[in-house]
Design a protein around this ligand. Structure first.
Ligand code: CAA
Length: 285
């Protein structure tokens, strides 16, 4: 038996949250796009509108379909709005304390049947579930960036996640046009356990003077057929996020093979966070 999720609240209207709200609304769900300020939420909606307009200009969507998708999205600046939602997908900052607070509030606010999902890229689902009174209804739903384009959703089962909730979320991901892959709750899940050490190693290659960032990216793009080189991808993901994930792997496994490269730490300390700050391994103006 699976649940019928009709109304969804997405917490966080940044790059990931707005993408999730878009694919959910395209799948026919009513969506509340929540952020701490009206301005942040509106910025997320503008991003969705721009994506949909591009699809209209490319003939993949009609104006009427675009209006219908946008009509299913409302903005929210309070978690009290979650009171009549069937599900929440949290896509707030990758900070465990912030996420725990959001989950405590959602647990108090949302109806008993509601599912609480996190889009975390590496924080422990089991620990997040443990601060709620419904750990069987807490799950990881990890979308990839850019959400409207990337096919994968890692569905992460916490220790207590029920089969019914897993199945509901699996089916929801399919309804959103994604391929869902089942993963258990261990540091970095599968995606970032494999991806981040590769990115970290590419940063070591810069640090040790093995090659320039351009050369390293060229090797991986042309040699391994990756759509983006690892350093371009690191800038795209955000160097602060890359560092946070490496720290989770390093702490979670206690294995020195996951130690973050000192150059990555240095860039983050300098505020060189990649594309979003205008500078990372490359410069963006
Ligand atoms: N939002 C919506 N659509 C976007 C987009 C965005 N932010 N960025 C690109 N697109 C669309 C473009 O409109 C274009 O669509 P059409 O071809 O249908 O017109 C399509 O994607 C391809 O874009 P481009 O031609 O501009 O550029 P590209 O061919 O280089 O593709 C890319 C861009 C899809 C981002 C590609 O470079 C890519 O796949 N990069 C790797 C992305 C990746 O690895 N993501 C995972 C990051 S890790 C993560 O997310 C998890 C984590 O926990 C850190």
């Amino acid at each position: 038996m699976t649940q019928n999720v009709q109304k969804l609240i997405v917490i966080g209207a940044g790059q990931m949250g707005s993408g999730i709200a878009q694919v959910a609304a395209e799948a026919g769900l009513r969506v509340l796009l929540n952020d701490i300020s009206e301005a942040y939420a509106a910025k997320g909606l503008n991003r969705i509108r721009a994506n949909l307009e591009r699809n209209v200009s490319k003939g993949r969507l009609t104006e009427a379909e675009m209006d219908a998708v946008l009509g299913r999205i409302s903005l929210s600046t309070t978690l009290n709005d979650a009171a009549d939602c069937d599900m929440a997908i949290e896509a707030a900052t990758e900070n465990l304390d912030i996420k725990l607070q959001v989950f405590r509030t959602l647990d108090e606010t949302m109806p008993a049947h509601a599912i609480l999902a996190s889009n975390t890229s590496s924080l422990p689902i089991t620990e997040i579930a443990a601060v709620t009174k419904r750990p069987a209804q807490v799950i990881g739903m990890h979308f990839m960036n850019p959400v409207p384009v990337m096919k994968l959703v890692e569905v992460i089962r916490g220790l207590a996640t029920s089969d019914e909730v897993y199945q509901t979320v699996y089916e929801l991901a399919v309804k959103m046009g994604k391929t869902a892959v089942e993963v258990n709750d261990f540091p970095g899940f599968v995606s970032n356990r494999v991806l981040m050490p590769m990115i970290n190693e590419a940063i070591y290659c810069v640090y040790e003077g093995v090659a320039t960032p351009e050369a390293i990216d060229e090797v991986m793009k042309l040699g391994m057929n990756h759509p983006m080189g690892p350093l371009t991808l690191a800038d795209f993901i955000g160097l602060d996020t890359c560092l946070a994930i490496m720290e989770v792997l390093y702490e979670g496994f206690g294995d020195s093979k996951y130690r973050p490269c000192p150059l990555l730490r240095k860039y983050v300390k300098a505020g060189w966070l990649g594309k979003k700050s205008g500078r990372g391994f490359y410069q963006y103006d």
